[in-house]
Design a protein around this ligand. Structure first.
Ligand code: ADP
Ligand code: MG
Ligand code: ZN
Length: 599
């Protein structure tokens, strides 16, 4: 009895703490929104300087729309408005639009507070209920339906991720006319996974898909499904899909899929509950096989930890990369967000974009809002280049603390490293054609050189494997030749090159040791290399890798101009596709041997 009492107390306390956390989270998230809270004195000064276009008296707070398009809110001292009868005439004189929100009509803030109070009561009640009867409750939170009154978000609002947009277009077409798709007998897409770092526009892209197709958008987050009470997560999943099936067609968006979709079989405290939730999700996804146009769009920045069952055909089987934007992309994103502010005619967005490498779409949206605020504070009617630059410095500082952006020295090194890979790949006849090279950081990699085979390769020739090794060496060689140093950035290249060479010697019989398999001992094959063989294998592997190194060294050493030109262009625009690279190399006298794969 005594311990039961204790548990009850502990549970109630947990509920309290959870609700408190929710309140703090709510406040934090609403403020992170584009509306910024400013001091009341600053607000008065803004009015004074003529920077305010519209004020809305909402309950306790004043929301103001600035001439620059930015939104701010402030809270006046208690009774200020009543005690200063000149305030309203003053606003009228200044031709500021005045909106008063009726107190009986609950605003967004009140709604939030109401919901929280309800959630708190619900949580406490549910806790008591659970403790007293011990039955599994069916506490639910309804999937949030995106509000219909605001203009729908469309592809126009998403910029700098053209490849991702192209990939999801087909799904939009399907959602527009699911029956037609089914009649033709085409494979109906069921799920897409948007993969990319935070703030790159995954949520935005998902929303725009719904907007483009004109279908409802059911928003949920993996975190919503993770509860410590058994069965709650699974029942929420069921509810979500039941809600979805009420619509002719719709998008179910699951943000942070990794929160619920982690690989099963872990041994964390709540793993049983999560597995149950995940299983339910899989069941639901299989369930709507023949039903109408429901598409699950999920987002994550950790695809590697997802349960493989989720990614199987017929489930979330398509992955779309949503990466950080390159120069052109950043310019386009700035353009999207500047549509909403009054911009000085002399502003060149390309220049601002050039000064913001490594920033995500969310960072850029933030930058534009900051600039609008700065302009308003200074009493300017339009946002100038100086405002944008000051805002950029402010945003960059925040980003650097997150250590996302590379230092300039790292960028230069990365550009030469990738140029090294690319030039070797372009000059070797047996290599796959170049597809794309970028120096935009993604995950742990600072840059990427991508090649795509012209057709699927099922077997590899010795020439091809040797070319692979030389290309891998190209990065390190370029660092040595052009930077006069070596960096740790080549470690993965070196590992992969060594692996290939080892395979060539030990499995493929492509060395002077002849067509023999050399295996290291393992449990089921207690056969080990003789000491002599091991030594000869090592020296063969070293020879093959060093051969690749010398090939790369010769090619890069005799085409320095081409490498420099390519690196310079990469620094400028951050990503180049295969044909652009070949043009640069050819106009700098490099004997290109290899085509490029289109786009
Ligand atoms: P994610 O879901 O990838 O973390 P969000 O979609 O939530 O990113 O992006 C947050 C905000 O940043 C968006 O609402 C939008 O204002 C801005 N943003 C991010 N990416 C883009 C983009 N590619 N184009 C335009 N705006 C963007
Ligand atoms: Mg998001
Ligand atoms: Zn490399």
């Amino acid at each position: 009895m005594f311990s039961g009492q204790h548990r009850r107390l502990a549970l109630i306390a947990t509920a309290g703490v959870l609700a408190l956390g929710a309140i703090i989270y709510f406040i934090a998230t609403t403020q992170r929104d584009s509306t910024k809270e400013i001091a009341f004195s600053d607000f008065l000064r803004l009015v004074e300087s003529g920077g305010v276009a519209e004020v809305m008296f909402a309950d306790q707070a004043i929301d103001a729309t600035l001439r620059s398009g930015a939104h701010v809110m402030t809270v006046p001292p208690v009774g200020y408005v009543a005690a200063n009868p000149t305030l309203v005439p003053d606003l009228v004189r200044r031709q500021i639009r005045i909106v008063v929100r009726h107190p009986a009509e609950p605003g967004a803030y009140n709604l939030g507070a109401l919901a929280l109070a309800a959630a708190f009561l619900g949580l406490v009640g549910f806790t008591l209920y659970r403790v007293t009867s011990g039955r599994i409750p069916s506490l639910e939170n309804k999937p949030r339906l995106a509000s219909q009154d605001t203009a729908p978000i469309t592809f126009k609002d998403v910029a700098g991720v053209d490849e991702a947009k192209d990939e999801v277009k087909e799904i939009v077409d399907f959602l527009k006319a699911p029956e037609r798709f089914a009649a033709i007998g085409g494979r109906i897409p069921k799920g897409v996974l948007l993969v990319g770092p935070p703030g790159t526009g995954k949520t935005l892209l998902a929303r725009s898909m719904a907007g483009e197709a004109g279908v409802p958008f059911l928003l949920s987050s993996g975190a919503d499904f993770v509860e410590m009470y058994a069965g709650v997560g699974a029942s929420r999943v069921r509810k979500l899909f039941r809600e979805a099936s009420r619509h002719k067609s719709c998008i179910i968006f699951i943000d942070e899929l990794d929160a619920v979709g982690r690989r099963r079989g872990g041994n964390s405290l709540s793993h049983e509950e999560r597995e149950q939730t995940l299983n339910q999700l899989l069941v639901e996804m299989d369930g709507f096989a023949t039903r109408q146009g429901i598409v699950v769009v999920a987002a994550t920045n950790r695809p590697d930890i997802l349960d493989p069952a989720l990614l199987r055909p017929g489930r979330v089987d398509r992955q779309v990369m949503v990466g950080c934007p390159d120069l052109k992309g950043r310019e386009a994103i700035l353009g999207v967000h500047c549509r909403k502010v009054a911009l000085d005619g002399t502003v060149e967005l390309r220049a601002i974009a050039r000064g913001t490498p490594g920033l995500s779409g969310a960072d850029l949206a933030n930058l534009v809002n900051e600039a609008a605020l700065l302009a308003a504070r200074a009493g300017r009617e339009k946002v100038t280049t100086a405002d944008l630059e000051a805002a950029r410095d402010k945003v960059l500082m925040g980003v650097e603390r997150r250590s996302l952006a590379l230092t300039e020295a790292e960028r230069v090194n990365c550009a030469y490293h990738e140029a090294g890979h690319a030039v070797v790949a372009a000059l070797l006849p047996h290599a796959d054609p170049l597809h794309k090279v970028t120096i935009i950081p993604r995950g742990r990699a600072l840059g990427v050189t991508m090649q795509l085979p012209e057709q699927d390769r099922h077997t590899h020739t010795k020439d091809y494997l040797q070319a692979q090794i030389a290309i891998l060496m190209g990065g390190r060689v370029a660092e040595e030749l052009f930077m006069n140093h070596m960096t740790s950035g080549a470690s993965n290249d070196i590992e992969r090159a060594t692996d290939i060479a080892q395979k060539m010697v030990c499995e493929l019989g492509m060395s002077s040791l002849g067509p023999m398999a050399f295996r290291h001992g393992s449990e089921d094959r207690p056969f080990t290399l003789s000491e002599d063989s091991a030594r000869r294998v090592d020296s063969e592997v070293r020879e093959i890798v060093m051969h690749g190194y010398h090939v790369a060294h010769d090619l890069l050493g005799s085409n320095r101009e081409a490498v420099r030109a390519l690196a310079a262009q990469l620094l400028e625009v951050e990503s180049l596709d295969g044909s652009e690279i070949l043009t640069i190399l050819q106009s700098n006298g490099a004997p290109v041997q290899n085509g490029a794969t289109a786009g």
